[in-house]
Design a protein around this ligand. Structure first.
Ligand code: GTP
Ligand code: MG
Length: 337
């Protein structure tokens, strides 16, 4: 019986292309620089917020097909953009490593919390902050909006923040207090925060799109949504609406992940926890949003109330973090050790 020629056959397989990531500059090229995109298509894309090769590389086929009215061409365009940026196939582990090394972190301003988060809130990732009413989720967001403005040697990224507020709980006075406590000019600190109130889940999703445009034009390194699920829960109540709600929420989170990934921005979302009626053992509290958020968020931080102004934080659902806890206080100056 002839032996199968496994080895030789394997050698005939085409080589897997391993590409180095090109310089960041190419990502910022105008969409019209991409082969196959003419003036008309270019204009159409730009009108809908796709200005650069980077925007196209991270877009979905459906998004682009909706704009240019041709699915096949949409696939080609996205492929061309991805291949220009070296995103289309495998990359070397060295590149993965370089990317990881380049990740920046925004300090929370609380040493114990930073330790819990391996240095702070990560850019390029979505961090979920869950907790019951009054746990400090909104205070945490206020503090980050100030911290991101600090220079790197003080834990910030010398950058601006975007705050999408769904519950009308943003307080500029709180920002001024926290800014003063960190020796920042309060007026300047306020100016460095783009603020929008979201009036519905649809509006909230549109605001993410607008945030993307701002991020492209300005030095923004932090995008927050406080709270991510409140509108979705109010608009799609009950089990009968669950599927639709989760589908929409899924899209919203995918949009946020894309912003984080494409622009190296830290995305932070808050989430209420609610009692699960069907849990009989263990902790009956679970964050709202179900599995959509569980898989969407890169890091999940759980805050809970302790005595008076003391709060306890914990990372949950993470394979990389030990089940450690950190304690902090909420004071006039903000979150402190
Ligand atoms: P929900 O949005 O209702 O789910 O709660 P949350 O987790 O967003 O709570 P939030 O961040 O609003 O925390 C509220 C708590 O922060 C209050 O109970 C206060 O204890 C504390 N807090 C807020 N502002 C101040 C302040 O100016 N000084 C002090 N010392 N504490 C404050
Ligand atoms: Mg809140």
């Amino acid at each position: 019986m002839p032996r199968p020629k496994k080895r030789e056959e394997a050698q005939e397989e085409p080589e897997v292309e391993v590409v180095e990531r090109p310089a960041a500059g190419q990502a910022e090229l105008d969409v019209e620089e991409l082969e196959g995109i003419g003036k008309v298509t270019g204009q159409k894309l730009k009108e809908r917020g796709y200005y650069t090769v980077r925007d196209l590389a991270f877009a979905s086929v459906k998004e682009i097909a909706d704009i240019i009215g041709n699915e096949e061409r949409a696939v080609q365009i996205i492929e061309a953009a991805r291949s220009m940026l070296g995103l289309s196939g495998f990359i070397s582990a060295l590149d993965v490593y370089r990317r990881r090394v380049n990740i920046k972190r925004i300090s929370t301003g609380v040493r114990s919390l930073d330790e819990l988060l391996n240095g702070g809130v990560e850019t390029g990732a979505v961090t979920e902050v869950a907790g019951e009413f009054g746990a400090g989720k909104t205070q945490f967001c206020h503090q980050l909006a100030v911290m991101v403005q600090l220079p790197e040697d003080r834990g910030g990224l010398s950058a601006k923040a975007i705050y999408i507020d769904t519950e009308n709980t943003f307080r500029p006075e709180r920002i001024t207090q926290m800014a003063r406590a960190r020796s920042l000019d309060p007026d300047q600190a306020l100016k460095n925060i783009y603020y929008a109130r979201a009036y519905s889940s649809d509006h909230q999703m549109i605001l993410v799109e607008q945030a993307r445009r701002i991020i492209k034009q300005d030095n923004v390194k932090l995008l927050m949504v406080d709270s991510i699920v409140a509108h979705f829960r109010a608009e799609f109540p009950g089990r009968e609406n669950l599927a639709e709600r989760q589908q929409k929420l899924n899209k919203h989170i995918a949009d946020l992940l894309k912003v984080a990934d494409a622009y190296d921005v830290a995305v932070v979302v808050t989430n209420q926890v609610m009692a699960q009626p069907d849990v009989f053992f263990g902790n009956p509290l679970r964050p709202a949003g179900g599995n959509v958020l569980a898989h969407g968020a890169t890091y999940r931080l759980w805050l809970r109330k302790s005595k008076e102004n003391i709060r306890i934080a914990k990372i949950f659902d993470s394979p990389y973090h030990p089940e450690r806890e950190a304690t902090f206080k909420i004071t006039e100056d903000g979150l402190t050790d």
